[in-house]
Design a protein. Sequence first.
Length: 296
Amino acid sequence: MKSTAPPSPAELPTSRRPLLLAGAFFLLGVVLAGFWFHRQPSSPAAGELSAPTKNLLGQLAAPVTIRYYSLLPGNTDEALAAFAGRVAQLLDAVQTASGGKVQAARFDTPAETNSTAAGADGIQAFNLDKGDACFLGLAIASGKNKESFARLQPEWEPALEYDLARAISRVAASAAPAQPAPEIARPSAEVVASINRLIPDVNATSVETANQIFHAEFMKQCGEASTEIETEMNAAQQRVVQAQNSGSPTDLAAAQKNLSEVQLAQGEKIKQIAARLTAQMAVFQRLKAGATTSVK
């Protein structure tokens, strides 16, 4: 695993704050992704990633670095040492699946410099009563954004992949630069009508206020989608359980494939909601700038 220094984030001027709408959409999508992850029927084997994790890692908005502190003296419990090795395998798989967006470095030599670095990254020392301090934790960073898993323990292993994927997504989404509103030469009557439904008086509404209105609409639509997500996920997971009980490998494979397809389809729904409202915001900005005919 290679280590790279986190990129320095660009400062965004106040005038571009409305353009952070797309970033807010992505962040809320990450929250919903977390809902899908924790509803997985079981965790994958060490070194193997689930389909939702691979999908998420393939769409990171910014580079991420992970510093893995595995500072375990020779008298460490064998089970803990084995767990530390499986964490390293998980990080290798994450790095590969990200296509280079995630770079991980492992610090496994007990030394004062590494212990100092671990403490600075928020990693918790343990086993102090048995001799040299032990550290086993992760620091996930992108730009100025950082999250730490202060102390990893074997009991955490079933949820570790999903918790790590969400942490990677959060720091990457927060560090991503705001994307400019897409160019829309001639907005359709349907788009203009949809803006009118949300904002009856375009001329009297500021861009900042419109940004808040569109963001609230996004949260509302995602809330409605989450109800549908739960219903479809429950049905898909029930089919997996039934296939497991039937003992049929063919039925089980089909049920697991269906579950994966449901997860991916729900992710596409969130993307479509975000894309639609981002386009509406772009048209609103053009209308405010006088680029098109005023909305009546």
